[in-house]
Design a protein around this ligand. Structure first.
Ligand code: UN1
Length: 492
């Protein structure tokens, strides 16, 4: 069985614990490899390597740091197919989507590389004569990057590329379900010329590896994508230490379909939004809010598509839905189905594990649709992170918007309407970080901000230029060339 290592200070090394955990293929339960269970000593070694490397890395001009990212982007293109297959092997998403995962990292590499020649501050007039005012950006230090398994190449790229372009160094804790993707990603950075210590990789669990990393004295910033529950604990720890923390958390995303919508388009989008990646996206459509007048017609077409979805292992041609990532996820999804039934929702299809043919050993789950869902039910409120969609019926646009907002989350949302007034009203009144008009709730592009309201995060936005506000300190610079003491607000 292949044994893998941590990457610290430019070297692939074993963890001090001497222990390993298994990385499992969720479609077959075969073991992909063994990865080190790192402990506090390994975290300490990685954090001190990152701290040491920060001193020189921050001095390299940002355009030069950007050149390294261009190389990383080129290597990602060369290895796109190989990496995509590794993604499918490790976490199960179908190959076409795995290619998209790598493409998102390629786009982010080039976007961040270009930012090396921008990293703009602002220049603005001073209120006093013979005085100038501007801002410049400075790196923060050692960043702990803690990523999920659902976008095992794209999400590390969202965090690591802007972090290092800005002059920070990184300790990357891989997701326990996708350590091989993390290792391949870091290998690409190594080959691109990222100097020793600038990006360090430690494998291991949240409790044994993640917690000591968050609490480490030399870590200055934490960037985390994952559940709201874990995010809250991280924020609490950072509240005490006053470390900067950027959290991208859960969602309970709704697609609204109005009575004037392009129905075939709305159906296609709903199927894609709810069941792509087997619903395991923080942007997945988990609520369908349907206008009562089109509900029947919409559902007829929707079920034609849902029943046509092919479940199978992600490498097979023509498969639409791969497995869930692990047994715990499958149990959790099954638990939500039971909660829906217990609370009186009507199960229209699915609701069970899928075990036919070569799916018998994997963690497959049928596409599941509930009708008769009311806002107080758990399946209407809580993030399920699986192929389960709840239908809520409404009488008007106002009710649709109020229903969409009736959740503690606020990440993504979508409205299908051909009426421009309704579209703008939704844009203005839905409390979400991302709003799609006539498209599904998934599919964010890397050069626009990504993040959510309420329990979906803590106010930061990743991607786009906004991400550089996470990874830089802003210095405000006043230069007085009057030769006299000019007192702001006083000498007017
Ligand atoms: C996530 O699920 O955490 O918009 C990220 C999308 C993808 C990213 C999802 N581009 O669905």
């Amino acid at each position: 069985m292949a044994k893998y290592l941590n990457y610290i200070n430019g070297k692939w090394i074993s963890a001090s614990t001497g222990r390993f955990f298994n990385d499992i293929n969720p479609a077959t339960q075969e073991i992909v490899g063994e990865f080190p269970s790192s402990g506090p000593d390994d975290v300490d070694e990685a954090a001190s390597a990152a701290k040491k490397a920060f001193a020189s890395w921050r001095k390299m001009p940002a355009p030069k740091r950007g050149e390294i990212l261009y190389k990383a982007g080129k290597l990602l293109i060369e290895r796109k197919e190989e990496l995509a297959k590794t993604i499918t092997l490790e976490m199960g998403k179908v190959l076409t989507e795995a290619r998209g995962d790598v493409q998102e990292a390629i786009d982010t590499a080039f976007y961040c590389a270009g930012e090396g020649r921008r990293l703009f501050g602002i220049t603005t007039p001073s209120e006093l004569a013979n005085k100038s005012a501007m801002t410049v950006r400075a790196p923060i230090g050692v960043c702990a990057v803690i990523t999920p398994w659902n976008f095992p190449v794209a999400i590390p790229s969202w965090k690591i590329f802007p972090a290092i372009l800005s002059g920070n160094t990184v300790v990357f804790k891989s997701a326990s379900d996708t350590p091989l993707c993390a290792a391949e990603f870091v290998k690409i950075l190594e080959e691109s010329g990222v100097p020793a210590g600038v990006v360090n990789l430690v494998h291991g669990s949240g409790s044994e590896t993640g917690n000591p990393l968050i609490e480490h004295k030399d870590v200055n910033l934490i960037s985390f994508t994952g559940s709201t529950e874990v995010g809250r604990n991280i924020a609490a720890s950072c509240g005490k230490s006053l470390k900067r923390v950027s959290l991208e958390l859960g969602g309970k995303n709704a697609q609204i379909v109005m009575d004037d919508a392009d129905m075939p388009l709305a159906v296609k989008a709903a199927v894609w939004g709810a069941f792509a990646t087997s619903g395991q996206r923080c942007t997945a459509t988990s609520r369908l809010i349907l206008h009562k007048d089109i509900k029947k017609g919409f559902l007829r077409k929707f079920f034609e598509s849902v029943f046509g979805l092919k479940i199978g292992t992600g490498l097979e041609k023509g498969v639409d839905m791969g497995p869930l990532v692990n047994e715990a996820r499958r149990k959790s999804v099954a638990g939500y189905v039971q909660a829906g039934l217990d609370e009186g929702a009507e199960l229209l299809c699915g609701g069970k594990s899928y075990t036919k043919g070569n799916c018998k050993n994997g963690f497959f789950f049928e596409p599941t649709v509930f009708d008769g869902v009311t806002p107080e039910m758990r399946i209407a409120r809580e993030e399920i992170f699986g192929p389960v969609v709840s239908i809520l019926t409404v009488n008007s646009l106002d009710e649709a918007i109020a229903t969409a907002n009736n959740t503690s989350y606020g990440l993504s949302s979508s409205i299908f309407t051909t009426n421009i007034n309704k579209a703008f009203s939704a844009i203005e009144n839905i409390d979400c970080g991302i709003i799609y008009v006539n498209s599904s709730t998934i599919g964010a592009e890397n050069h626009l901000p990504f993040g959510g309201y309420k329990n979906s995060g803590n106010g930061h936005r990743e991607a786009g230029t906004a991400v550089f506000d996470i990874y830089t300190e802003i210095k405000t610079v006043y230069i007085d060339y009057s030769g006299a003491l000019q007192r702001a607000q006083i000498d007017l």
